[in-house]
Design a protein around this ligand. Structure first.
Ligand code: SF4
Ligand code: SF4
Length: 739
């Protein structure tokens, strides 16, 4: 070992020792913070599926590849990072000896070939990612940036380090070529040979370059260890765990559909016994999120994909799912020293720590602990109430997040505390909640008018109890029973089912609200009250039937989601389909035959709770395709004009998350934004599959004074016009007024 190698070896191992010590400390700190969260025993089941999903998502980059260029570039950088780690390891042999290399594989030409090309592709990819970051920088004039609010230096720092380390790999190899110590032939390492051609024959070059590479790599480790909230770097390690522990182990997208039940100490809350002085009602302090919530916040890469898709953010509201997650992360880590010292408030608001425990506490941590989780800027709040209440629970953020963060569950958990304990929510929604409690529907309509929509139909609509041999229980829903436009859909569906010879029955006055608006606003108590009542009624209606024969068809995606995905949490197991799924089946099997083509062009708006939350994308398009063709033999969605934002990337109408019952006072109206997009297609018909979407988009069209040019109508009504052109217009006109 020469004198240069003695120096390079000492320096390399010294900086590595410091970096590793800091990294171990940082990991211990992160683990300690994440462990502050509440228990969640549901995250450990089915480890086999979890491992498979985690490997598939990581290797396949399933979410990232939807953004093809970024996804492909990130994939190469990820693989490059793994290879890079091997090359950094190799550098430790090279600081010791210029001819050093990895044992076993170090002299193998195939290893040289693979690492050479992955490093080349890694450099190209990281340059692409840097260019994308620069092109989308928040300071760029004009346009919205998904990086607004992200800590930009951290992104550039991480990308710059990766680039520098990859380049140093070629410099080391180049010096080996120049000093004639390189093992790999030109065909295996062409770039290394080319670099070697321009470097001097300097014997110490390899060890010095290897030291530079190690110093750069360890600088990265030191910086990220001193910044444990640097998600853009830490996600490289945390994402594996976050994906592994996702709520739905086998699902591609987790955290959609059903909401996480309300829990206290890891157990679902039973309102018959729950006590707000002993049980946790929602989330009022950051440590009341589960450990998985705190892991979610720690894993955020600050990529801003969620923000770029959020309807609230895109229409000028203060809510960005990314900024919400970052605020919770920064607050959790800033408050952690106080919590780890034994601090915290119990459920009655009393301090848990003794004065001695807090005596030497950092004043910043103490000040952080005093901040309310929900509060305005003047109150020092972490999350502004306008942020909390702007969410439509559309799930676009969850859908896009590459590391499976479950934003909607966290937002609703915070709402639960605000509603149940603080009674603090937009006042206009209070009428809806009172109506749910007193009348069993958000409109406050009399229960005895639930069947009014059946008046004037030229066939009998049977009630459960009057007939036993029904195949489908037709869940009408409150909108379908009381709201004028939705009643037309209800009548259209009933007419089509009758036409197709489907045996169905309704609950009539036995039905109450599914509870969706109560649950999404955070009133779990009212949700459970309504849901338990419905589960009881439905279990009675289906008594003696196995699950596959407990079939329900619903026209409202919110009811469809709640009955199908959430009633199981309360003992109600049913096979629930949306009416567009059943109608598509009836058309495909020849039980319904469209005869009259629909003209003027049709576009389709995916309801969030049908599409993103429940992955029903094709059936409504198939129904519309058949109606557009009108018996011309076309199938599929031929002729449908898609909006730029469709299917998984569909843009919310603005009504979900109980927003239907709140005023939209900030920014542009979401429904207007969506209507403008629909109108840009030139289609005369905007087809919907949800009564709330229908209301919102109709209001948007009317607000723009375009009611004469564009019609918003349910998929079922479009089909009815094609199947029974002589009856459909009359049917809609005969619909009685709202109760
Ligand atoms: S659920 Fe929708 S509205 Fe709510 S934060 Fe996510 S993207 Fe925004
Ligand atoms: S998409 Fe996920 S990782 Fe990216 S900023 Fe949003 S929450 Fe963070």
């Amino acid at each position: 070992m020469g004198s240069v190698q003695i120096v390079t070896t000492i320096l390399a191992f010294a900086i590595t020792a410091v970096a590793v010590w800091l990294a171990v400390r940082a990991v211990m700190k992160m683990v300690a913070v994440i462990r502050l969260g509440q228990p969640d025993p549901t995250r450990f089941g089915d480890p086999g599926t979890r491992t498979k999903t985690m490997l598939a998502e990581t290797a396949g980059h399933t979410r990232m590849l939807r953004w093809s260029v970024v996804g492909a570039a990130h994939w190469f950088v990820m693989v490059g990072f793994i290879v890079l780690s091997l090359l950094v390891l190799e550098a430790y042999f090279e600081v010791v000896s210029p001819t050093g290399g990895l044992p076993l594989v170090g002299n193998w030409a195939i290893y040289g070939l693979v690492t050479e090309w992955l490093a080349i592709l890694g450099i190209v990819s990281i340059l692409v990612l840097i260019a994308i970051r620069l092109r989308n920088r928040p300071t760029r004039p004009g346009g919205k940036s998904r990086f607004t609010g992200s800590t930009m230096w951290q992104g550039y720092f991480v990308e710059g380090i990766i680039l520098a380390v990859l380049i140093m790999g070629f410099v080391i190899r180049g010096f080996k070529v120049a000093t004639d110590h390189f093992e790999y032939p030109v065909w295996a390492a062409p770039l290394s040979h080319a670099v070697g051609g321009v470097l001097p024959n300097w014997a110490a070059g390899v060890s010095v370059a290897a030291l530079v590479k190690i110093v750069i790599s360890m600088t990265w480790l030191i910086v990220i260890s001193l910044n444990v909230t640097m998600g853009v770097a830490w996600h490289r390690f945390l994402a594996f765990f976050n994906i592994f522990f996702k709520r739905d182990p086998g699902a591609n997208v987790s955290g959609l559909g059903a909401l996480r039940p309300m829990t206290s100490q890891g157990k679902p809350l039973d309102f018959e016994e729950a006590d707000p002085e002993k049980d946790q009602f929602g989330v009022a302090q950051v440590e009341q999120f589960t450990w998985k919530g705190l892991l979610d916040f720690s894993t955020c890469t600050e990529c801003g994909r969620c923000q770029s898709q959020c309807p609230a953010w895109n229409t000028g509201k203060p809510l960005s799912p990314k900024l919400l997650v970052l605020s919770l992360r920064d607050h959790a880590y800033a408050k952690a020293p106080y919590l780890l010292a034994g601090g915290g408030k119990d459920l009655t608001g009393e301090e848990k720590a003794t004065a001695a425990q807090l005596a030497h506490m950092d004043v910043l941590a103490l000040a952080e602990a005093e901040k309310p989780l929900i509060g305005t800027a003047e109150e020092g709040g972490i999350i502004d109430p306008d942020v909390l209440w702007s969410c439509t629970t559309c799930g676009a953020c969850v859908e896009q997040c590459p590391v499976d963060i479950e934003h909607v569950d966290h937002i609703v958990d915070m709402r639960r505390y605000q509603v149940l304990i603080e009674s603090s929510f937009p006042s206009e929604a209070g009428v809806m909640l009172r109506n749910l409690e007193n009348k069993g529907n958000p409109w406050g309509a009399p229960q005895n008018t639930r069947e009014d929509w059946t008046k004037g139909l030229d066939f009998e609509v049977p009630r459960v109890g009057e007939v036993d041999d029904f195949e489908y229980l037709f869940w009408v829903g409150c909108a379908g029973a009381f709201e004028d436009r939705a009643k037309k859909t209800t009548r259209a569906v009933a007419t089509l089912l009758n036409e197709a010879g489907v045996k169905f029955a309704i609950l009539g006055e036995g039905e109450t609200c599914s509870g969706d608006p109560a649950r999404r606003i955070g009133n779990e108590f009212v949700f459970q009250m309504l849901a338990q009542q419905n589960v009881e009624t439905l279990n009675e209606a289906f008594e003696g039937r196995e699950k596959s024969k407990r079939k329900i068809v619903a026209t409202c995606p919110h009811c469809f989601n709640t009955l199908g995905n959430e009633y199981g949490q309360l003992g109600g197991e049913f096979e629930v389909v949306h009416h567009t799924q059943l109608l598509a089946h009836l058309v495909a099997t020849g039980k319904l035959t469209p005869v009259q083509p629909v003209d003027g062009g049709v576009t389709y708006h995916d309801p969030c709770y049908l599409g993103r939350h429940n992955r029903v994308f094709a059936p409504p398009r198939e129904v519309l395709g058949s109606a557009i063709a009108g018996g011309d033999g076309a199938s599929g969605d031929g002729g449908l004009i898609e909006m730029p934002r469709n299917s998984e990337r569909s843009f919310c109408c603005g009504a979900g998350g109980a927003r239907m019952w709140m005023e939209e006072k900030i920014g542009k109206r979401i429904n207007v934004d969506r209507v403008e997009e629909a109108m840009s297609t030139g289609a005369k018909t905007v087809a919907v599959g949800c009564p709330f979407c229908s209301t919102m988009l109709n209001d948007g069209v009317n607000g723009k004074g375009a009611g004469e040019q564009v019609e918003v109508v349910d998929v079922a009504s479009v089909l009815l016009r094609s199947v029974k052109p002589e009856q459909a217009p009359g049917d809609t006109e005969r619909a009685p007024a709202a109760g």
